[in-house]
Design a protein around this ligand. Structure first.
Ligand SMILES: [Fe+2]
Length: 259
């Protein structure tokens, strides 16, 4: 079992559109060159820079012919309505018309949560999704689940991002703590590879396929984007549980697949 975990492609349709689209395609090409190929790809939000419908149409062009299942979640830069205008009814959102959904793979469950909120860059899941999540996690209690959302529900040590994390993280932790099958919480938002223990499982934050955030650990210093190498995470089932690898993309010598 292999789950490729990409994040924060920030697609756009203005004069700067080419770079993020090319870098997302490069990351997906790297996924495809893995042997064996992953069972699926999850992209944990900030699919689009400005949440415009055109950017989701562009995303559909990039992922539309990708030969592996791709599961999308929304981030603070997204607009769930615009995203669903393009992807509702497709396998990219579990075949439904909602930005939160679950997909049953034979050996694992992908649960996508929508942590977007209209009034700022922080995240919120809300009681309705949490009770839905509780129900979904109980349906296949012996099968590992990957709970995917944009905003980390925990602090990661970068003050600017910690100030805009998931606001109802403790409530999410209560739900996850009631189930023994949550293999990982997959998140994005921070544009760096980070892992943090949480509610009996592990939160893993994937790097951006586009640009990385500075490792700014003090609140009185400026946080910004860096041209550090891009990459993604690969969650690999082993005899000891899931191991999480960071796969380099833009600075890698690895093979790139075509699709
Ligand atoms: Fe982002």
């Amino acid at each position: 079992m292999l789950i490729a975990h990409l994040s924060d492609p920030h697609l756009r349709t203005d004069a700067l559109a080419a770079e993020p689209a090319a870098l997302l395609r490069l990351a997906l090409g790297r996924v495809l060159a893995l042997d064996p190929r992953p069972d699926c790809v999850v992209i944990t939000g900030d699919l689009a820079e400005y949440g415009h419908v055109d950017a989701y149409a562009q995303l559909r062009e990039v992922v539309g012919r990708f030969p592996l299942p791709v599961h999308l979640t929304t981030g603070n830069h997204d607009d769930p309505e615009a995203m669903l205008e393009v992807f509702a009814g497709t396998s990219f959102v579990g075949g439904g018309r909602s930005a939160h959904y679950a997909v049953d793979h034979p050996g694992f469950t992908v649960v996508a949560l929508d942590s977007w909120r209209a009034d700022g860059p922080a995240g919120l899941v809300g009681e309705e999704q949490l009770s839905w999540l509780d129900d979904v996690l109980g349906q296949r209690p012996e099968v590992p689940a990957f709970v995917c959302l944009h905003h980390p529900p925990v602090a990661v040590g970068i003050p600017l991002l910690d100030g805009m994390r998931l606001e109802d993280g403790p409530a999410l932790g209560e739900v996850l703590g009631r189930h023994g099958n949550v293999a990982r919480v997959l998140a994005g938002h921070v544009h760096r590879a980070i892992s943090v223990p949480f509610a009996g499982t592990v939160v893993t934050v994937a790097p951006s396929t586009y640009r990385q955030t500075s490792l700014t650990l003090r609140a009185d210093q400026q946080t910004g984007y860096l041209a550090e190498p891009t990459g993604f995470l690969l969650h690999v089932a082993t005899e000891s549980g899931f191991a999480t690898h960071t796969v380099a993309v833009s600075a890698a010598g690895g093979l790139i697949g075509a699709f």
